[in-house]
Design a protein around this ligand. Structure first.
Ligand SMILES: C[S@@+](CC[C@H](N)C(=O)[O-])C[C@H]1O[C@@H](n2cnc3c(N)ncnc32)[C@H](O)[C@@H]1O
Length: 206
């Protein structure tokens, strides 16, 4: 049984959930199941689920503590359109679901080894239908822009914490996505030097 004390709070999630929601309103389909990979505390998904009740929301995280927090948030907010959190590691080649109408992944790819990004793209390519979106949010490097000082400092800090972590180059993420039939749809500047990056599953060649 979930308990209120299991709820975790991430100050960044409270700050960025509204700008992300505004972006998602333009990107997500009108109905269907939205899978979130790396739901963390669960604060994002309950916020989005309240604002977009016509969608069914599927949270996930490989961390047991995160899943307890997500379950506690779902209970405390009394939401009927959020499913219990799944134990889903993007790096695994077997995911606990085989279809979603959209996939959302916020602030994961720079705080995990590159193989997690590869696994995310492989999984998204497998479970999304043609035209369905994969939404990424977070800080990126971009070859055409010099890195912002705050993102450079964040990148250094991440690499100190784990040399396999660090801000990803958008062109490399895009190339990885393309290997799984995911085409870059749009890139939107977000507050605090973050980006919304939208990929869509390509239509099969006829
Ligand atoms: C910085 S937190 C972001 C959480 C939440 N999306 C947010 O923005 O508040 C990174 C999350 O990624 C999850 N994570 C790390 N490696 C992962 C992987 N290989 N597959 C799925 N999730 C992963 C962690 O458990 C953690 O919850």
């Amino acid at each position: 049984m979930s308990r209120d004390e299991d709820r975790q709070f991430a100050p960044a999630a409270a700050r960025n959930r509204e700008p992300i929601l505004r972006a998602l309103r333009f990107i997500l389909p009108a109905s269907g199941l939205v899978l979130e990979v790396a739901s963390g505390t669960g604060e994002h998904i309950v916020h989005f689920a309240k604002a977009m009740p016509m969608l069914t929301w599927q949270p996930s995280d490989p961390s047991p503590g995160a899943r307890r927090s997500i379950a506690a948030w779902i209970t405390s907010e009394g939401l009927g359109n959020v499913l219990p959190p799944l134990d889903l590691d993007a790096m695994s080649d077997s995911w606990p679901l085989d279809h979603a109408a959209a996939l959302v992944c916020i602030n994961m790819i720079h705080i995990s080894p590159w193989v997690a990004t590869e696994g995310l793209m492989e999984g998204a390519g497998r479970i999304l239908d043609a035209g369905a979106p994969l939404y990424l949010y977070g800080p990126f490097r971009q070859a055409a822009r010099s890195i912002e000082p705050s993102n450079a400092a964040f990148d250094t800090d991440l690499r100190h914490r784990d040399p396999r972590w660090g801000l990803r180059e958008l062109a490399e993420v895009t190339a990885c996505a393309a290997m799984h039939s995911l085409r870059l749809d749009r890139v939107v500047d977000m507050p605090a030097n973050n980006l919304s990056v939208v990929f869509r599953k390509a239509l099969p060649l006829s």
